[in-house]
Design a protein around this ligand. Sequence first.
Ligand code: DX5
Ligand code: ZN
Length: 218
Amino acid sequence: MAVLAPSLLSADFAKLGEDAVKVSEGGAAYLHIDVMDGHFVPNISFGAGVMKSLNGYETAPYDVHLMIENPDKYVGDFVTDKTEYIVVHQEACVHLHRTLQLIKSHGVKAGVAINPATPVSTLQCILADCDLVLVMSVNPGFGGQSFIPAAEGKIKELARIRAEKGYNYAIEVDGGVNLENARLLKEAGCDILVAGSAVFGAKDAKERVREFNGIIKA
Ligand code: DX5
Ligand code: ZN
């Protein structure tokens, strides 16, 4: 079984609270919060203040994806009662082990993301410390890009290593996920599917979450 984390990057920013509630009511397991700094990725999205503006709404917990340089400086800003995961990029962290410990010290689960060009093998020494591994299936920076098929192999590799070593991390995929490839990703071993444009581009985002769940929760 897998669950869905709709990415608010593709929501209507003028109605962020309403959109967040809508997908949560539809059965979203997490709200995926895409934070971009214009340095690590060539785009700026929003920061902790915007995320915290959702705290008064009845929503699913937050899965925070930090696409930023120097994440240690900002991790604390994203800690709220509703923050389940904070995910940093392997490529952005010089002292990745220390960064994961920092996230955990706030009582939040710690995840690591890898870009399409980064092999799973770069995580060999840190997998035991990860609560989540995020496989990017597009180059981070923008919603609405096409799925890069090589992500499937990385998901399978992570699932195999987890079984062999008895690790506990969840496997997440992010980028170009849609109703067509959702089953394949679940069957590859993915636990959390992130979808932005495929959810908020639909006429009825709530119904679209239900459609996803019909495929991935089966
Ligand atoms: C990409 C972001 C993704 C993205 C997903 O940089 O991390 O979460 O918004 O959007 P779609 O599903 O449209 O590819
Ligand atoms: Zn993301």
